[in-house]
Design a protein around this ligand. Structure first.
Ligand SMILES: Cc1cc2nc3c(=O)[nH]c(=O)nc-3n(C[C@H](O)[C@H](O)[C@H](O)COP(=O)(O)OP(=O)(O)OC[C@H]3O[C@@H](n4cnc5c(N)ncnc54)[C@H](O)[C@@H]3O)c2cc1C
Length: 316
């Protein structure tokens, strides 16, 4: 962890996570002149992506560049960003939280705040086969909304199983109909699932993947090699294997989860079920896009600021 002295005894807000959601919140909080400390633990969800697509005004920017600019903007308004992993958060009262952070070597240090924003993101469950890391983010993807356009009229392999993956594959029809679903015989596909894919002429392969092969230098995938020795020529692989929260801080705090998707429930002010604890970005329900995460971070900041304004300065 950075050698940040305890600049304030009590911060207005501690932001955990410096991806698009956390940094956007920190930027607004700094502009509200709130005493804000943001923890930056260097593994944003899209660290493997080459370009962030669909972020208005920044379409195609590298994730590292987007976040570096964000950090500069936050600090230019006096926001504090410190590198370190938050390991525990304790609620001392509705208006007082103790945050434990450390990198393991120096042990934990504590920081106190009146509000906490969880912007810790998700981790993707990824294929476990040789070649995956070489192509991930360049020609192996998990998000049709983010990267589908780049494969217009191209050949796509889809890895996943179950009805959910059928829906995922059908969404890719927006850009191409050259789609093959690879189930690896896991969970399987029902007769209805197979019929639905067949209705759109999408092929299904049930063999397991042995490796991904292509031009490592340009990071272009050329084919999926199956354990049978067969190969499927393709331009990209999209996988649909699920996600998990990048941290369990929300569980430690006892935040309620959304019944449908299991992510952190928030109300319209982005407050969780624990008063004083807010959440934004991928760990909350709805689209998992950088631009959405940034917008949610901004919304959280507006409501956090509002919650800290004394009632005598309000009209209702
Ligand atoms: C390969 C890939 C490509 C993508 N491409 C696009 C795209 O083209 N367009 C698009 O809009 N979206 C894209 N996305 C989705 C986008 O990256 C996410 O929606 C966005 O990053 C979510 O922002 P976030 O701030 O909620 O979480 P994150 O970006 O994941 O940031 C959360 C941060 O919190 C940190 N953190 C977690 N726990 C702790 C802790 N205990 N203490 C301190 N820090 C902690 C993490 O290390 C991380 O840095 C892509 C995602 C991936 C994986």
């Amino acid at each position: 962890m950075h050698t940040l002295g305890r600049i304030y005894d009590l911060y207005d807000c501690i932001v955990v996570g410096a991806g698009p959601a956390g940094l956007s919140a920190s930027l607004f909080l700094a502009r509200y002149r709130r005493r804000t400390l943001t923890f930056h633990h260097n593994s944003p969800r899209n660290e493997y992506a080459h370009n962030v697509h669909g972020f208005l005004g920044h379409d195609g920017i590298s994730p590292a560049e987007l976040l570096a600019r964000g950090r500069d903007e936050v600090t230019s308004y006096g926001g504090l960003i410190v590198q370190g992993c938050v390991t525990r958060i304790e609620q001392l009262s509705n208006d007082h939280f103790r945050v434990y952070a450390g990198d393991g070597d120096e042990g934990s240090r504590t920081f106190d705040a009146r509000r906490v924003l969880l912007a810790t993101g998700l981790r993707d469950l990824t294929p476990d086969c040789p070649g995956f890391r070489e192509f991930y983010g360049a020609s192996v993807h998990h998000c049709p909304d983010c990267d589908g356009y780049e494969y217009t009229e191209k050949r796509i392999a889809v890895l996943g199983s179950g009805t959910n993956t059928v829906g995922f594959a059908l969404r890719l029809l927006t850009w191409t109909n050259k789609i093959t679903v690879i189930t690896e015989n896991k969970d399987g596909l029902s007769q209805d699932d197979r019929a639905k894919l067949a209705a759109f002429d999408l092929d299904v392969r049930d063999e397991s993947i042995k490796a991904l092969d292509g031009d490592v230098k340009s990071k272009k995938l050329h084919r999926v090699i199956f354990s049978t020795g067969d190969a499927l020529e393709c331009d990209a692989l999209f996988f649909n294997l699920g996600t998990e929260p990048a941290s369990n801080l929300h569980e430690m705090l006892g935040c309620k989860l959304d019944e449908d998707c299991g992510l952190v429930w928030v109300d319209e002010t982005r407050q969780t079920s624990i008063p004083g604890v807010y959440a934004a970005g991928d760990i909350t329900p709805h689209s998992q896009l950088a631009v959405v995460a940034a917008a949610e971070g901004a919304m959280a900041a507006i409501h956090i600021h509002d919650s800290l304004i004394p009632s005598e300065r309000k009209t209702k």
